[in-house]
Design a protein around this ligand. Structure first.
Ligand code: FAD
Length: 277
């Protein structure tokens, strides 16, 4: 029986050395036959060139590439122009996002705002050319007015034409299954792929998690904390926890796994191997 599909996310590098290192990282991860590699993009176009370069590198390695497109503050024509560039390169897959509001900007700003507006625009302008991936938040988006409101907003993106979704990372597996049940109960039937964040550093993880709204369960936080600077112990526990979470996700029907690689192959590779990939 074939295993569910994997995908791996990268962020654009700033230096030629970083770019060269990323080529090696992708080569290591390509042995797991990924469905696609994606590359993040800074809201407001802050990494436009780096994202484009990374996407071209991925394509030249013979792997399907999915650029992330955070739309906040972009004019519709800018989005169409960028998508035409991607289309000319042969891209068929886009991760359509709002992006984080750049400081000093807010409601009332010009241009596109919510991800559902971007999804509608892509559908209207490009029909079915692009497979549209959107973000999902099993523990809810940090700016959501309420859980119900966030679920309804997710459904709105799907109704606008999203083909599948990747979740924010989480360590509460039940939150993922509850989210899938909730949106299925609202008529959503697209694949919702868990986003998996391996844990390399406890302090970095807590910083990230505070801003993106992912909860580190108390038992895990306290255990990781108790290891202080013992990075080997942190990695060992974290590998066990994340691998067990992935096993359960796949066993109970998750349609695939999307890894936030942070441009590193080591932990992701170990998890994939332990899962039998
Ligand atoms: P939306 O779906 O627009 O939702 C944002 C908030 O607004 C939510 O609280 C929602 O409930 C609410 N909302 C949605 N629609 C409406 C509406 N029509 N009316 C009122 N309220 C509404 N960020 C980047 O900058 N670059 C990246 O490359 C990037 N990649 C990511 C990849 C993944 C898989 C994930 C999960 C996140 C990524 N992010 C990235 C972060 C993401 O941009 C932020 O979480 C952002 O704050 C929300 O983006 P969204 O597309 O989920 O927004």
């Amino acid at each position: 029986m074939s295993l569910p599909k994997l995908s791996f996310e990268f962020f654009p590098t700033r230096t030629p050395e970083g770019r060269a290192k990323q080529v090696i990282t992708r080569k290591q991860l390509s042995q797991y036959a990924p469905d696609f590699f994606s590359c993040t993009s800074g809201a407001g176009g802050s990494t436009k060139e780096g994202t484009m370069q990374t996407i071209q590198d991925i394509l030249s390695e013979g792997i399907a590439a999915a650029p992330h497109l955070p739309c906040i503050g972009m004019q519709p024509q800018e989005v169409v122009d960028l998508l035409n560039e991607y289309k000319a390169l042969g891209i068929r897959h886009i991760v359509a996002l709002r992006g984080d509001i750049p400081s000093g900007m807010g409601a009332g700003m010009d241009g596109l705002f919510y991800a559902n507006e971007l999804v509608s625009l892509i559908k209207n302008e490009f029909g079915n050319h692009f497979h549209i991936e959107v973000a999902a938040y099993p523990e809810f988006h940090p700016q959501a007015r309420s859980a119900e409101d966030d679920l309804n907003n997710f459904v709105r993106k799907v109704k606008a034409g999203a083909d599948s979704a990747i979740t924010q990372y989480f360590y509460n597996t039940d939150a993922y299954f509850r989210f899938v049940d909730d949106v299925q109960g609202r008529g959503v039937n697209i694949p919702i792929i868990p986003g998996i964040m391996p844990i390399a550093s406890f302090s970095k993880l807590t910083r990230f998690s505070d801003t993106c709204g992912a909860e580190i369960p108390r038992w895990l936080r306290l255990k990781l904390q108790s290891y202080a600077d013992d990075t080997a112990a942190i990695k060992s526990l974290a590998l066990d926890v994340v691998t067990e979470m992935c096993e359960r996700l796949l066993r109970e029907g998750a349609p695939g796994l999307h890894f936030y690689t942070l441009n590193q192959a080591g932990l992701v590779s170990t998890i994939c191997q332990r899962l039998g990939y």
